[in-house]
Structures are given as C-alpha cells and as structure tokens.
Design a protein around this ligand. Structure first.
Ligand code: C5P
Length: 406
C-alpha cells in the first residue's frame, strides 16, 4: 500500500490467537502490519504456541499484555474468555494448527483460546482462521471435514498457501504470509456490494513491438486498474484481471492474465467478456501498432536517414465488448490532458457504454493518487482527489448501485 493510502484498519480491534506451529514466527510480523494499518491487537496464545515464540516478543509488538491462561487473575472479573470476545471486531487464529481446528470444529473449550472462540458473540465478532500445517495433515479427510464444519459455522478460512514447508516437504498447508493476511483482514471489513458477481478488468499499458527490442508504449502504470481489481474482490466479486506489461503484485484472490500487445489483450478479453457481468476497461491500450514487425533490430545505417514506420489501428476492445449481444455492464476510462468532461461525454456515445470514468492522464499516470469524473446519461459526478484504492472502492459502489437497479 502506498504512503497516501489512509490507515485501513483505523478503529478496528483484532483479537489474534496463536496456536502451536512453526508459522508463529510470521504472526510477529503480522502484529506489526496490523498495528501499522491502525488496528489495536490483543494477542492470546496457547501453551503450544508458547513453545514457538515468546509472549514477551508479542507483547512488545502489540503494546498489550499477552493472555495465555484462563486463570489469569489480572482481569477484575476473572473472565478473560468473555471480555476478549466482547471487545474485538474480529477474531483471527493465525496460525491455526490441525489440532486447534479440530477443537474449534467440536466446540471444545479446555484452554483460553478455544474457550474465547466459543464464548465470542457470533454476530459481532466473526472468526477468521489461517491454517498452518504439514501437507498430509491438511489433506487428511479429518482436517478437511473439520474445515468444512468451521465454514458451515460461519468462519472464513484464509489460505493455506502451497509451497516449501518447514518439514522439508512441498505442498498445501503453509500459512499465508503476514502481508497476505493483512490484505485479507482489510478485505474482510469491506461491504460485500458485489458478492457473487463476476468482473473482468483490463489494466496497464500495452506494448506494440517495432523490432525485437523496441516498441511503442505509454506511461500508464496499471495502478488504478489494479486498485479497482482489488476493490472489486474486496467487495466479494470474482475478478479476472487482464494486465499489460506492468510490475505490480496481483491483488489477493484475483485471477490475472498477462498480455503485452493490444491484439493479445483483445484476444484474451473477448471470449471472457460474456462470462462476466461487469467489464471495466482501465487499460491505456495503444491506438496504433507498427504495421510490420522487423524480425531483427533496426540498425543505424550510417547515412543519417531515420527509419519510418507505417502504423495500423488496433481493435477497440471496449467498443467490441459493448457491441456484443450478451454484453456485460461496461465501464470505460478516458485519460485526457484537457477538456475532460467533453471528451468523456463524447466517448460515452462513441463507445456506447453506460459509464465513462474520466481522469487527467499526465496528472495521474504512475502516481498513487487521482481524481475521477464519472459521466453517464444522467449527468456527472466528481470523485475528488484521493488515493487510488479509496477511489476504486467508491467506483465499485457506483457500479454496484447501477447493477442493483431493476
Ligand atoms: O478510444 P480511447 O482510447 O479514447 O478510449 C479509452 C477507453 O477505451 C478506455 O476505457 C480504454 O481501456 C478503452 N480502449 C480499448 N481498446 C482500445 C482503445 C481504448 O478498450 N483499442
């Protein structure tokens, strides 16, 4: 997240439970990230977790005394298991061992952490679970049965990841990295305005090769499109992101298809378009490409004559999707250098789409902030200057509102 992004968890109180597992070391980093994002974190540890990391470390990182025993007499009413769940906005178990998941599934309560999970008000303190275990333990039918039970009871299961395991084996069962868990906790608090919807989005520039080493491209960084992909996923949508050449991390839970040229983007988008209910064309697609591709690098010939290129027009991906009989709800972007409203309105008609989002290209390309102008048949609305993730969430709200209309 960028420096301009507001604290994503300001005012949130996270009850972080650690059960026993080598992934406990990742929870130390997670506490740092959660607190940096504005949350307060109360740590509860099982005796097994204390074998892997000390309460001293976690107290120092969270700035709060860690609770490890239901018999801890510091609580005036001596009911830590009740108080902890009443104060929290969410309970996150990370790492959740196979044994602890089994306990949660059975509703056992023989130590403080499971007791607290059982005693928490279900409607006010939801449960997030980040499993961490050996791949055989994860794949075991007993664990899978227990995880299914937790899901049915309303818990959200985060991960696990696949990859190298501490035991030397490779497979499913690694706990998500701290940064991934942070993204999931932030997503969890976003309203699910697009739950069950499928959204397709293009982002970034395209690169139109002249020869094997050179090409025509533009200054689009892809940040706005990636922020919209993230915001849509946070809102519960199933998101497919078709990205031009950019070096941005894929937002969690988003399916990404990488392309280079406008033709490749067109080829990737068109067959997918009708499988989605929403299409957002954020990409700064090159309007033209060199008509021919030189097989080898064009060399200076020593005669001071510059090469000339014939250009040919690229297909308009947005207009092509908007012309499909079974088209999704289409949102176009207009990156202009002046007369935003005029150009946006003109694009609305030319591309035959219900919504155009205008922004000033030179003022936003590569930056972490932006300002948007939403233009539709009814009128226009300004989304004032802000960080791109906040703007993306507002745009998602606008799209959800339009889809909700009968
Ligand atoms: O045609 P123009 O570039 O002015 O329109 C911009 C909008 O159209 C953006 O939403 C962009 O993603 C989309 N577009 C496209 N295919 C092109 C050119 C633009 O999808 N070849």
């Amino acid at each position: 997240m960028s420096e301009t992004t507001p604290l994503q968890l300001a005012g949130k109180h996270v009850l972080l439970g650690l059960s026993g597992g080598i992934a406990c070391y990742k929870s130390a980093e997670l506490i740092r990230l959660l607190t940096k994002a504005g949350a307060t974190v109360q740590v509860v540890m099982t005796a097994a977790a204390e074998q892997f990391i000390t309460a001293v470390t976690l107290q120092a990182l969270s700035g709060r005394a860690v609770v490890t025993s239901q018999w801890d007499a510091r609580e005036p009413n001596n009911m830590a298991h009740i108080n902890l769940g009443r104060e929290a906005d969410v309970m996150l178990i990370a790492p959740a061992s196979a044994d602890f998941i089994a306990k949660l599934a059975q509703g056992r309560a023989d130590e403080l952490l499971s007791l607290t999970a059982l005693a928490r008000p279900l409607d006010r303190c939801p449960l997030l679970v980040a499993p961490a275990m050996n791949r055989e333990m994860w794949a075991h039918p007993a664990t899978q049965r227990n995880v299914a039970t937790l899901r049915a009871d309303g818990a959200l299961i985060l991960g696990p990841d696949a990859g190298d395991q501490a035991c030397g084996e490779v497979g499913d069962g690694r706990m998500l990295e701290a940064a991934d868990l942070l993204e999931e906790v932030i997503a969890f608090f976003q309203p699910k305005l697009l739950a069950g919807r499928k959204l397709l989005i293009t982002a970034g520039p395209t690169f139109e090769p002249i020869d094997p080493v050179r090409g025509i491209t533009n200054l689009s960084s892809g940040k706005m499109g990636f922020a919209i992909a993230r915001a849509a996923r946070e809102a519960g949508a199933e998101v497919t992101l078709v990205a031009g050449p950019v070096h941005l991390p894929t937002p969690r839970g988003v399916r990404r298809i990488d392309v280079r040229t406008a033709l490749q983007m067109h080829e990737a988008v068109l067959p997918l378009a009708t499988q989605h209910e929403i299409f957002v064309a954020t990409a700064a697609v090159a309007d033209w490409r060199p008509a021919t591709l030189n097989e080898h690098k064009i060399k200076k010939d020593g005669k001071k004559t510059s090469p000339t290129f014939e250009l040919t027009e690229n297909p308009d991906i947005l207009a092509a999707v908007a012309a499909l009989p079974d088209k999704p709800f289409c949102v176009g972007f207009a990156a202009e250098s002046q007369d935003l409203l005029k150009h946006a309105r003109e694009k609305l008609l030319r591309k035959k789409v219900p919504l155009i989002v205008g922004n000033l290209g030179p003022a936003t390309f590569g930056r972490d902030d932006n300002a948007l102008l939403l233009v539709d048949e009814q009128g226009q609305r300004e989304l004032p200057h802000s960080d791109k993730l906040s703007l993306a969430r507002e745009l998602v709200q606008e799209i959800a509102r339009r889809l909700a209309k009968p």
